[in-house]
Design a protein around this ligand. Structure first.
Ligand code: BG6
Length: 507
């Protein structure tokens, strides 16, 4: 059904959201992200019938490729990484709109060729001048690409067409560089033309935080300081840095994922109910939470950073971070980070939010655990409740997507022994539809101009304001603590919680 159909109510979100005439230009098309995520996502969208028939995909890179070579690379990427089955007829249609522009970022002629290509596609594929430019490039290349888009009038939206810029993280490496980047981008693109990708927001389970909280009545009354003891947000990975030494060293875990993914998860968990699910209303509530974050007074006590040492992972020997190829053997880069923050508002005052992330940890898991206070009084013997933990609601972001509610239950038998049990909702069991990949959802949203799931300038800057003092402290004090690969991080992180009578979950 097209968006011009008079019977279609645009507010009805049950109808498939299908992009209108448009195309996507990817800068950095030879990179890993493009091959593993972007190209497959475009194919999956086409396969699900969510792209217009003339949809066009333009790759821009230095390689000496013809259109056919580019199409072959996309083909292999799709075969290897797409979520949905390969269908020849979908591929044949998609290939009609595939073009490659050989060029470098500082070369005017390359951008003229890009403009010609877009004009040619408008005629051949009916793309209507509507193009999104995806900057899957190192941050140092952002300014030149943005300026070239301006200089060659590629950012102009004339005759009702649209032009959008999609920016991949990192959005700077501190507040100052993020502000500079935002200025550069906003000199050329209006705020509603800019889409900053935080792919965690494209994950189904992350959007489900909002459904869980605001479409139900039973969670929200206890979602506050009167009942919640603390919140733990964990993003653990079992992989090391792989081939990303160039990007990762000097950046570290906190900048890589706390500044964006984890603070966004925290904002969604802690924010007030937005007036609607529209982009402005959501951004307003997330911004309030990020603006209310209070850092601990003693950063030495309430933050921990670590670095993986050699160890065992999945039955195989893993090298330490300092032995990874391309890493400075004296590097102080954190591959593990844990921080405590509070949110200074009426709902959350005094409730710690513990955020932790790390590479080469015990297993890959991302979850948000809202842990409740203990019962103020227990009529049972303490010996009967020895094995009882705290009640908790755990949003399992990945890999076993779902929600767990943990509570105490009587152990069958003659005594009144009480132990923790859990009640589970699993996506795989409750729904027959499989979840789209985050990038599918986000690319479709860009083409539709729907910016709900994209962090705004203020959110990015506020997140750096939270992280900058921590990074500065770490910079001045010592080195990251070592932890063996395959464990749950440095002992200092356990001590950080133990001092407050709490402990990290072992998911
Ligand atoms: C990226 C980080 O943003 O997220 C990577 O730069 C990390 O370091 C990745 O591995 C994890 O994403 P996901 O979707 O696999 O959890």
């Amino acid at each position: 059904m097209s968006s011009s159909n008079p019977l279609r109510d645009p507010a009805d979100r049950r109808l498939p959201r299908i992009a209108g005439p448009s195309g996507l230009v990817i800068f950095g098309v030879t990179g890993d992200l493009s091959r593993k995520k972007l190209m497959p996502a475009v194919y999956d969208l086409a396969n699900r019938g969510l792209l217009p028939p003339g949809f066009s995909l333009v790759g821009f890179a230095r390689r000496d490729w013809e259109h056919e070579d580019f199409a072959e690379v996309v083909h292999d990427a799709v075969k290897e990484h797409a979520r949905t089955p390969f269908r020849e007829e979908v591929w044949q249609q998609l290939i009609q709109g595939m073009r490659f522009v050989q060029g470098t970022f500082d070369d005017d002629e390359s951008f003229e060729r890009l403009r010609d290509t877009i004009e040619e596609l408008d005629k051949a594929q009916g793309t209507g001048g509507n193009f999104a430019f995806y900057l899957s490039v190192p941050p140092s290349a952002f300014p030149v690409v943005i300026q070239q888009l301006k200089k060659h009038r590629l950012a102009d939206q004339s005759n009702g067409s649209w032009r959008r810029a999609v920016i991949e993280k990192p959005f700077g490496h501190d507040l100052k560089s993020a502000e500079d980047l935002n200025t550069t981008v906003e000199e050329v693109f209006a705020p509603d033309q800019v889409f900053r990708i935080d792919h965690y927001l494209g994950k189904e389970t992350v959007q489900n935080i909002l459904a869980l909280r605001f479409a139900n009545t039973m969670f929200e009354p206890i979602w506050n300081r009167s009942f919640v003891d603390h919140v733990q947000i964990t993003m653990a990975e079992d992989i090391g840095i792989g081939g990303r030494a160039g990007y990762y060293d000097g950046i570290g875990a906190a900048r890589d994922v706390i500044q964006n993914h984890l603070l966004q998860l925290m904002a969604l968990t802690a924010m007030e109910e937005p007036a609607s699910f529209d982009a402005d209303a959501l951004a307003a509530e997330k911004t309030k939470v990020l603006g209310a974050v209070k850092l601990p007074k003693d950063l030495g006590r309430d933050t921990v950073r670590g670095q993986y040492a050699e160890g065992w992972q999945g039955g195989e020997k893993a090298v330490g971070y300092l032995q990874e190829e391309g890493i400075d053997p004296n590097s102080k880069t954190d591959t593990y980070a844990a921080i405590k923050v509070e949110i200074d508002n009426r709902r959350w005052a005094g409730v710690p939010f513990y955020l932790r992330t790390g590479k080469r940890l015990g297993r890959r898991v991302t979850e948000i655990a809202v842990v409740f206070q203990r019962a103020p009084h227990s009529p049972f013997d303490t010996t009967a409740t020895e094995e009882l933990g705290s009640n908790a609601i755990v949003i399992r972001v990945q890999p076993d997507e779902g929600v767990t509610v943990r509570f105490g239950s009587k152990v069958p038998g003659t005594s009144m022994e009480i132990r923790d049990v859990s009640m589970d909702f699993a996506y795989g069991e409750s729904f027959t539809e499989s979840s789209p990949e985050a990038y599918e959802r986000l690319i479709l949203d860009v083409l539709l101009g729907d910016s709900n799931l994209f962090p705004r300038t203020e959110e990015v800057e506020l997140s750096w304001k939270i992280l900058d003092p921590i990074e500065e402290y770490w910079d001045k004090h010592g080195r990251p603590a070592q932890y063996p690969s395959g464990t749950w991080g440095p002992v200092e992180a356990d001590e950080m919680l133990a001092r407050e009578g709490r402990s990290w979950r072992r998911p």
